[in-house]
Design a protein around this ligand. Structure first.
Ligand SMILES: [Zn+2]
Ligand SMILES: [Zn+2]
Length: 348
């Protein structure tokens, strides 16, 4: 075991503060990683505030990790000391259930082990995330990171990136298709970049007129302010796919009726509830589905795609001492579009 410096919340809604805890020594198949950057995901805030009621305190959040390999176990083949590496939401799973065998570990039937707040089978207690100096993860759950990329801008790809890449790939988004993105935040801005990169015509829906200019800069072909009833009704029955990245309460029926015959809408956000009128689906044989991050193979595919096409998240890099302020600003949507912690700020 080694001691690790990190930041933890010790109680629900408590401020994050310096915290010392144990990491396991790397076993034969483990990779030890010095953390360089860790993104701040909205889920971190949900956990710290214990909004979903299952947080184990103290919690060290963080599942958008980019770092450098500092040591590897004797059986590790894909990584060597000095390599760049990424760790996302998933740090372990059963490996033998149908979902794991399909490379969709996020749906592991025995229960996926997330980077934080999940039972730690090595040390007992609960897993500790990336707001910390180093981590130790089984090679099978560590991602390769190209040395060509901007590391801070790559960190959010491990969650916000794969969450949006996966459904766009699943519905084979490409040229000639019209894709709608609802919400321009951490997820929405990545969905916009990917849909654009895949060659689709992209329409961005936002509640904030102030975000219009930014949406065009990020690659939107069209931007519609959702309070503009005329502009909204002009979109009826025109989309192949709509990606809904909003977690605040909103009317999904409005967007479902914008789908073409046979079109699909995918929920990525988690509003408190979704009320849907059956006619929104029945008329036009439309479908509503959900999506959750992506498995390890698809996450690697996404990172490779981003490295090749120069795609990163738009980030604001902060020292870890500003993490509590960053949470407040994230809750006010006052960030373009992801905070990333520079872990060098933890100091010697
Ligand atoms: Zn996340
Ligand atoms: Zn499994």
């Amino acid at each position: 075991m080694s001691r690790c410096q990190g930041y933890a919340a010790r109680e629900a809604r408590g401020a994050l503060a310096p915290f010392l805890f144990d990491r396991r020594d790397p076993g034969p198949t483990d990779v030890a990683i010095e953390i360089l950057y860790c993104g701040i995901c909205h889920t971190d805030i949900h956990k710290v505030t214990n909004e979903w009621g299952h947080t184990n305190f103290p919690i060290v959040p963080g599942h958008e990790v980019i770092g450098r390999v500092s040591a590897v176990g004797s059986e590790v083949r894909r990584f060597a000391k000095g390599d760049l590496a990424g760790v996302g939401c998933i740090v372990d799973s059963c490996r033998v259930c149908p979902a794991c065998l399909d490379g969709e570990q996020q749906f592991c039937e025995k229960g996926v082990i997330y980077a934080d707040n999940c039972p730690d089978r090595h040390l007992g207690g609960f897993t500790r995330g990336g707001y910390s100096r180093h981590t130790v993860v089984d090679e099978a759950y560590v991602l390769k990171v190209s040395p060509k990329v901007d590391l801070a801008g790559t960190a959010p790809l491990l969650c916000a990136g794969i969450t949006t890449y996966s459904p766009l790939r699943r519905f084979r988004v490409g040229p000639g298709q019209k894709v709608g993105i609802v919400g321009l935040g951490g997820l929405g801005h990545m969905a916009l970049k990917f849909a654009r990169s895949f060659g689709a015509h992209v329409t961005l829906f936002t509640g904030s007129p102030g975000k219009k200019e930014d949406a065009f800069r990020l690659g939107a072909d069209e931007v519609i302010v959702s309070s503009d009833a005329n502009a909204m009704s002009s979109q009826w029955s025109s989309f192949d796919l709509i990606v809904d990245a909003v977690s605040a309460p909103h009317d999904v029926n409005l967007y479902l009726t914008m789908l073409k015959r046979g079109g699909n809408m995918v929920l990525l956000g988690v509003p408190p509830e979704v009320s849907m009128h059956p006619h929104s689906l029945i008329r036009g044989r439309r479908s509503l589905s959900g999506s959750l991050i992506g498995g390890i193979p698809e996450t690697q595919e996404m990172l490779d795609y981003c490295a090749e096409h120069g795609i990163t998240a738009d980030v604001e890099v902060i020292p870890i001492q500003q993490v509590n302020e960053a949470y407040e600003r994230t809750l006010k949507a006052d960030v373009k579009y992801r905070f990333v912690i520079d872990m060098a700020s933890l100091g010697g």
